[in-house]
Structure formats: C-alpha cells, structure tokens
Ligand binder design. Structure first.
Ligand SMILES: CC(=O)SCCNC(=O)CCNC(=O)[C@H](O)C(C)(C)COP(=O)(O)OP(=O)(O)OC[C@H]1O[C@@H](n2cnc3c(N)ncnc32)[C@H](O)[C@@H]1OP(=O)(O)O
Ligand SMILES: CC(C)C(=O)C(=O)O
Ligand SMILES: [Mg+2]
Length: 557
C-alpha cells in the first residue's frame, strides 16, 4: 500500500492579491524564447551529444529561429568547452543570436566559463545557486545569509570578469529550486544580485525563476511569478524568465499561466527533453499560441524534419502522442471522429474557408508539414463509413453512394478486426477492387449493340458464362434499363436495380474515366453492390451491373 502521509505540500504560496493573471484568457504575444536543449536537455541524456551532434543540433535550433540558445555548461567537459570555442573561433554565431552558458557560483568554474566565452560577439553568462529550504538544510548546510552570499559573490565575480575578458556579455541569475523556496527570500536574493549587477537601459539583466522541480499546481507558480514581477527592483531593466520542468506533467500550464502573470521570456527544449520528466516543451507552447492566432516567432513548418533531427542527435524518441509532433496526434481511427473530420474537410473546401475549425483537428496538419492522406483518417476495426469512404474518395477518387459506403466500411472493419491490424490506404483500395470493381468471376458481356427508337432503347447483347456465349435482345427506357432487362431475361433472376450513381474521375493521361455504382435489391431486402470503371460510360454501367449481379449469385461479399 502507498502511504500518502509521507508527503506534504512543500511550496510557499503567495498572498491572494497576486492573482491578476487570472483576468487574462490568452497569451497575446510571443515571449523571448531561449532553447536550453544543448545544456539542460544535454545533461539529461544517457549519452550527451558529441561535438558533431551539438553542431548539427545547433544548426537546427537556428533554423527554427531561436535568438537565444543556452549552448552548454563549458566547465562540465572538454566537449562542452570545445563546442563553445568552435562556435566563437569559426564565427558561427549569427549577428542576431546570443549564446548562453551555465555556471555554478564557484570561482574556478566561473573562470573556466569565461575562458570558454572569450571573444564571444554576444553571450549570456547564466549563474545559479540553490536557494530552497531543502537545499539550504541538506546540501549546503548554510543559513539564508550564507546562501545569499554565494549568489552575491557569484554576481560580483561575473561582473568583474566580464569587464576583464574580451567579448560582449550579459548576465542571467537563477535562484535554483525557486519552487521550493519562500518567495520573500527568493526575492531578497534576486534583489541583492541585481544590486550588484546594476541593471540599466544598456545593461538588461535576466532573472530566471526555475521550476527546478515541479511541486505545485500551475496557478501557484503563476502567482509566485506575479509577486516577483511586481516586487523585483530595477524591473524595467530586468527580463523576467521562466524555466519550468514537468515533474507533475503540467510544465506547459505553468509556463502559460506565468506568462499571463508578467514573465517576458521562456527557457525550454524541443519535445520537452530535459532532466527527469523534462523541461517545458517549447513546441507545444509555441503551437498553442499559433492555434490561438498568435505568431510564435518560431518556425515549425517542417515538424517531421525536426523529429528526425532530434531523434538522431539525442537518441531519444518522440512519443506518438506528443502534442503537435507525435506520429498519431492527427490520426482518427474511430468512426464518429472520422465522419466529423471528413464532413468538416468537405465543408471547408466547399466554403473556401481561411479560418481553420475542422472538428477534432486543432490545427491544419499541413501547416507543420504533415499530410491529410497518411496522417489523418486511419482505418481499423473502430472506423466507420464516413472516414473509410472519405479516404477512398480523397486518395483514389471513388465516391461511393452512402449505402454502399456503409457496406464497404463493414467489410474493411471485419478484415481489420480479424487480421488484427490497421489497413493502409492501398489495402483499403484492394478490398474495394477485389469485392466490387469490374468483377468477371461469373457472368460477363462479350459484345453489345444499341438501336435507339424515340424514347426506347433496344439492345442486342452477348453474355458469357463458363465459356458459353448466349445472344439476347431486350429493350428499355435507357441503355442501363435495357441491359438490365436483358440480364434479368438471361439469368431469370428476381431483383430490383435500386441504386445507381455515376461520376467522372481522372484516368490515365488526359482521359476521363467514368465510375458507376449499382445496388441490386432482392425481395428479402438484401442488397448487393458493384462498381464499374471505363472510358465509355455505358461500359462502366454494364461492368457495375455485372459486378453487383455476380456478388448476388455468390451470395454477397
Ligand atoms: C538544476 C540544474 O540543472 S543545475 C545544472 C546542473 N548541471 C550540471 O551539474 C552538469 C555539469 N556539471 C558538472 O560537470 C560538474 O558538476 C561540475 C564540473 C560543474 C562541478 O564538478 P565537481 O566540483 O566535481 O562536483 P559537484 O558538482 O558535485 O560539486 C558539488 C559542490 O559544489 C557545490 N555547488 C553545487 N552547485 C553550486 C552552485 N550553483 N554554486 C556554488 N556551489 C555549488 C555543492 O554544494 C558542493 O559543494 P561541496 O564540495 O562543498 O560539497
Ligand atoms: C540551472 C537552472 C536554471 C535549472 O536548470 C533548473 O533550475 O532547472
Ligand atoms: Mg533545468
């Protein structure tokens, strides 16, 4: 048995006056984004990225459009150090991009960090120390004053070295484990750091409030952020940054609410890679904004490429249900969803809509490089006529009459159910072709000729069965009626031609092909379906009729 008494609330809510964020209902503009994939993401990998992998990943981040990138922890390893030197020595930092590096507040580590950053055209020196109750008591075994001193000494040293070293430096301070810290104390430490760094118009300082470990519900963090935003000194020269992790699975919610609460900047990673359950997923955040009509200022128009690069460089896997990026996130297998999507897509096309509001699909998959054919309507035993019919029509051009769609969809569902597998579009087509289209395994027609007489059509027709040909004559009020009458006379079968539809479809080259669908009803109400295609409309009808008839004598499909 689990024992909940082992746990208690370990965070510190702020006064209820810091809840003005609740009045806003969506994020109105993109924050400053900072990718921490190559630092926080990298430090969580089983095998951290090599220099080459880091270089490849860095290029991907530039393509996405990040202007601030935490490229590593230079004091951690030779690879981390060399990576930064490679970027600087080979002029690989674009003019509008700032690289960021992380350091503990320890002198030799800070010095090594500056060595790595020497000559950087633009770099953020990000220093941190833990300030939470747990870390003060258990790890550092220091008083509040002593912990504050670590931060203040760190600030003094980075300021001094920034003046000594060649390069263009900005500063970021993180009260690490902020979420386990009394907010008043976190504020006191941050303000002490700011007093050292002296933010100004030309010296903007970043204060980053990490959800190092997610401990509370998102609204608690939002109010803590609002409290900090309203009480930080030098606020107009401070960029207030967020750095949520995802231990409770609500990193995205933390970030969204904290942005409403006044934060300016977000640190996170692609696909939420990062320590334990990960850092906040920037793709989800950005795409959530996009789905509200807000330009996120990041480019995710080729998501499949990003997934490939991410999986290659990190050796991680993008979960099939990862928002926006997962392989299955636009897929509808279930009948009622497919039906609504198919109708929504048709409605959209018919009304030439710009605004996207197709049921069940939050954004247009094409916006991020996904396709309708392969990604959206997927067929298994949970599928229905709406979706299966739509797939056959969109992918192969066959627009079945409603009752035939239903019949066809049950055929597909049964096959999927019994074989216990998904049916790919080409398998759905095969089922259609094998069961309905141009069937010749019974009665066939080898020749026919029409004679028109006012409203009447006369036909001379040759049927074949088991190698034996029979010539027949018949008449009707149209060509299909005449052929049907001939067939009934030839076979003696009792049925009614109940359903007939036809449409043209693009055939090979410039030739237009007719597709016909026929439903024959027996006295007991059972229906038998057939389809025919031909460049000649009458031949298409004849093939559909014979296919339906052949299904009837077979006892159905
Ligand atoms: C929440 C985060 O993601 S924080 C970032 C964490 N990332 C990493 O640690 C990855 C890279 N780190 C490393 O490669 C190594 O930890 C190094 C190179 C930075 C330091 O290595 P080492 O000195 O060998 O080890 P380690 O990190 O365990 O040092 C622990 C000591 O530093 C102190 N310390 C830890 N963090 C800090 C800090 N931010 N500021 C000041 N002192 C710190 C600890 O209290 C401890 O002190 P003690 O020696 O008095 O017990
Ligand atoms: C170093 C800090 C910002 C960090 O990664 C965290 O607290 O999660
Ligand atoms: Mg982190």
């Amino acid at each position: 048995m689990m024992d909940a008494s082992k746990y208690k609330v370990g965070y510190f809510p702020v006064s209820k006056e810091y809840n003005k964020w609740v009045e806003k209902d969506h994020i109105e503009k993109a924050p400053i984004w900072c990718s921490v994939d190559m630092r926080d993401g990298n430090q969580s990998l089983v095998i951290p990225m090599s220099l080459e992998e880091k270089l490849e990943y860095y290029k991907v981040l530039l393509q996405v459009g990040f202007k601030e990138i935490e490229v590593g922890f230079p004091a951690a390893s030779e690879t981390e150090y060399e990576f930064l030197r490679t970027l600087i020595d080979n002029n690989m930092i674009p003019e509008d991009v700032t690289v960021q590096v992380l350091t503990q507040c320890r002198e030799h580590i800070i010095r090594k960090t500056f060595d790595a950053c020497k000559g950087a055209p633009s770099a953020i020196i990000h220093f941190y120390n833990s300030v939470s109750v747990a870390q003060r008591e258990q790890v550092f075994k220091k008083s509040k004053e002593e912990i504050k001193k670590i931060a203040v000494d760190g600030a003094k040293l980075v300021k001094k070295l920034a003046a000594e070293y060649e390069g263009n430096f900005r500063f970021e301070y993180s009260p690490e484990s902020f979420t386990g810290t009394e907010p008043e104390y976190a504020l006191e430490v941050c303000n002490a750091v700011l007093d050292v760094l002296e933010p100004s118009e030309t010296n903007n300082v970043i204060i980053n409030l990490p959800v190092t470990v997610e401990m509370s519900m998102p609204h608690v963090y939002a109010s803590q952020v609002e409290y900090m935003s309203e009480n930080l000194k030098y606020r107009e020269f401070v960029t207030l940054s967020l750095h949520p992790h995802n231990d409770r699975g609500t990193g995205v919610a933390d970030t969204e609410l904290a942005l409403l609460a006044g934060a300016d900047r977000v640190e996170g990673t692609l696909f939420g890679n990062g320590e334990r359950t990960g850092n906040v997923d920037i793709i989800t955040l950005a795409m959530n904004m996009y789905s509200h009509g807000v330009d996120p200022k990041l480019d995710f128009s080729d998501m499949p490429y990003l997934v490939d690069e991410y999986e290659k460089c990190t050796r991680m896997h993008v979960y099939e249900r990862a928002p926006y990026a997962g392989a299955l996130v636009f897929a509808a297998f279930s009948g009622s969803h497919q039906d609504a999507i198919a109708k929504g897509m048709k409605y959209r096309a018919k009304n030439k809509l710009h605004q996207w509001n197709v049921p069940y699909i939050p954004i247009d998959p094409k916006d991020i490089g996904r396709t309708y054919d392969a990604d959206v309507i997927r067929v298994n035993s949970q599928s229905g006529k709406g979706g299966i019919g739509y797939l056959l029509e969109q992918t192969y051009g066959y627009n079945l009459p409603p009752k035939m769609r239903e019949h066809f969809s049950y055929l597909c569902k049964d096959i999927s159910d019994h074989e216990h597998k998904e049916l790919k579009p080409d398998e759905v087509l095969n089922i259609f072709e094998e069961n309905y289209l141009n069937l010749t395994n019974g009665v066939t027609v080898t020749d026919f000729e029409f004679m028109r007489d006012k409203d009447n059509v006369k036909i001379g027709i040759t049927f074949a069965k088991d190698g034996e040909e029979t010539e027949m004559e018949a008449e009707g009020n149209g060509s299909l009626n005449a052929i049907n009458n001939a067939l009934r006379a030839y076979t003696g079968a009792e049925y009614t031609l109940q359903v007939f539809t036809q449409h043209s479809m693009q055939g090979q080259g410039s030739q237009s092909v007719a597709a016909s669908y026929i439903g024959l009803e027996k006295e007991d109400g059972s229906m038998f379906w057939g389809a025919g295609t031909d460049t000649d409309v009458v031949k298409a009808n004849t093939k559909a009729l014979l296919s339906a008839y052949n299904n009837m004598i077979k006892g159905g499909n």
